[in-house]
Design a protein around this ligand. Structure first.
Ligand code: FES
Length: 574
């Protein structure tokens, strides 16, 4: 492997030459207390830190960034921390998804405009992982993803609580009157007990695991709980490794092959990962010039067993998964289905990284013959209601709903749904199909996680806990139920979902991968001509940029101008 010389470092243009401008770069570095020995001829490592006071999943990043820096110094590099948008899932409105592309742009432009030779990406809370990776992929400097790690298990009166999943569960019980408001208050205080991201197999655990399966993290990194001392050690190891990656010039374009995405999709399926991963992986693949069609997810789902016994599909949580051997142990079980020759960030192949990985608890990481679900943990549906596709997690839905036909109960938007869902006047029964319109990439906007529509209160009281729900929204990875998501094209742009009217018959047939609106073509045509495009929601600012350029769910919801075109050159004027 050829190694770069100090003069070949990108940062050399800023620091290593004798020009008027480089005088400025060095004198201003001196102003910060550095001397030339600190940085000239050394890999400058950008550390993109998504810490903020409002991101509970990244509270430990103030310490972790110091550990990454320690590793960079140890290996002879020069660390340069750059803060970036925090994307705090619980707080940011209307949805963090709307800002994923913003973070991606920020990462790319930060790296381009400053003297970075390589980058450590610090993220984990849902959209931070794809946002960081998308930006770094477009910039294509050596990049290593440092995952935030899951938080510890939640606890309430001795019962284990899981992020998200138990919120939905106990919220339904509260509305059904089976737990008291005091119980709900205690759950509020016991469900999130440490730094780290959600510890169920929600979007965060799914995406950090996907990043590792792609080869962008150190082996085993994604499973380490944030509060574990091994997590701090991993952060320092990231600092050391990225310096070497710069010398070796090991870039995302060397790692993010078609095989790497095959590995990521297979791993996500075996984990029972979040449906959000579909949108993100498609967007990440397009940045890497890899074609990742929805049909590939469906094809791999047909042959991939679900082995991680983690909520919401299973019983355990990420802390248990780590003790059971973590992601390398799970991936070792899948080895025959993976592309083992893919190169990863530590410079070794995936196969070499998985050698010796052991399952320590076969109740958490199940053997192939005892898979939680043998196949079809995900299904991609097509039909006249979703010409460009929709997705569902069959194991999360009641079996009797896998083939279902029922009348639509239509909500025109989230506010309409919130106002009427618990009304005693709502005409609905357990066979109805709840339809939510205007919750997609543009309609939400940002495709909020509204896809797990609540069960109407009067049905909850009758004991109903699942029914077919259809929307162009996403769903939290910790949610469950017969929820058809990501319907494309979305209703806001006039997709067929916009044409559904109260009482229309809808047919869901998961085995046949079909989603049909049983309304005559002529009538649909009549409705289509009468359909009026909604007024633009944003007339200025980022919202207007988002509305003008975001792509549909099946295309990854990236901005059209970010996923295509020739690479942007480095700044020329110094
Ligand atoms: Fe940050 Fe769930 S809220 S990962």
């Amino acid at each position: 492997m050829t190694r770069k010389t100090p003069e070949q470092l990108r940062s050399h243009r800023w620091y290593g030459v004798d020009t008027l401008r480089s005088f400025g770069h060095r004198s201003r570095s001196a102003q910060m207390g550095y001397t030339r020995d600190d940085y000239v001829g050394k890999p400058v490592i950008a550390i993109i830190n998504t810490w903020s006071d409002i991101n509970p999943c990244h509270t430990h990043f103030k310490e972790r960034v110091e550990e990454v820096k320690r590793g960079v110094w140890q290996a002879g590099g020069f660390p340069m921390e750059l803060p970036a948008m925090t994307l705090s899932e619980p707080f940011q409105k209307p949805s963090t998804m709307m800002y994923r592309n913003f973070l991606a742009m920020e990462v790319e432009e930060n790296l381009r405009s400053y003297p970075a030779d390589g980058v450590v990406l610090m993220g984990g809370c849902d959209k931070t992982t794809p946002g960081l990776i998308m930006g770094a992929t477009s910039m294509n400097l050596p990049a290593l993803f440092m995952p935030a790690g899951p938080m510890l298990r939640g606890n309430w009166r001795g019962a284990t609580l899981g992020s998200g999943s138990d919120v939905w569960k106990y919220w339904a019980e509260l509305r059904a009157g089976t737990i008291a408001p005091e119980d709900w208050r205690e759950i509020e205080e016991g469900i999130a007990r440490s730094p780290g991201h959600c510890m169920t197999m929600g979007t965060a655990s799914t995406m950090t695991s996907a990043a590792e399966a792609l080869g962008l993290s150190l082996p085993g990194a994604a499973s380490i709980p944030a509060a574990d001392a091994r997590h701090a050690a991993m952060a320092a190891a990231c600092g050391r490794r990225i310096v070497e990656m710069v010398w070796q010039d090991l870039k995302p374009s060397d790692i993010l092959s078609e095989g790497a995405f095959h590995n990521a999709v297979t791993t996500v399926l075996a984990l029972g990962g979040s449906t959000n991963a579909i949108v993100h992986l498609v967007a990440m693949a397009r940045r890497a010039n890899v074609n990742l069609d929805l049909k590939i997810f469906d094809a791999l789902a047909r042959v991939t067993p679900l082995l991680a016994n983690i909520r919401p599909a299973g019983e355990y949580l990420m802390e248990d998964f780590y003790y059971a051997g973590g992601l390398p142990a799970l991936m070792a079980q899948l080895a025959p289905r993976l592309k083992l020759d893919c190169i990863t960030a530590n410079g070794f192949s995936l196969g070499a990284n998985l050698a010796g990985a052991t399952v320590f608890n076969p109740e958490v990481i199940l053997p192939l013959e005892r898979a939680l679900v043998a196949q079809d943990s995900l299904a991609v549906l097509y039909g006249n209601l979703a010409p460009d596709g929709a997705v569902i997690k069959p194991p999360a839905a009641l079996k009797r709903l896998h083939r279902h036909r029922g009348p639509a109960v239509v909500f025109q938007n989230y506010a309409d749904m919130a106002a009427r869902i618990d009304s005693p006047e709502l005409v609905v029964d357990e066979n109805s199909v709840l339809v939510l319109q205007n919750a997609g990439p543009l309609g939400g906007p940002g495709m909020p996680e509204w896809g797990q529509l609540p069960i109407p209160k009067k049905l909850l009281e009758k004991g109903v806990r699942d029914m077919v729900r259809i929307s162009d929204a996403r769903m939290s990875g910790t949610s469950y139920g017969a929820c058809v998501l990501h319907v494309a094209p979305e209703s806001y742009v006039g997709g067929p979902l916009a044409l559904v009217e109260e009482g229309d018959e809808i047919e869901l047939d998961i085995p046949a991968r079909r989603l049909s609106l049983l309304v005559a073509d002529g009538e649909l045509e009549r409705r289509r001509s009468a359909w009026v495009s909604p007024k633009p929601r944003y007339l200025r600012g980022y919202g207007a940029l988002f509305a003008a350029h975001v792509t549909q769910a099946n295309e990854g919801c990236d901005f059209d101008f970010l996923e295509r075109g020739e690479p942007t050159p480095d700044p020329e004027i110094f």
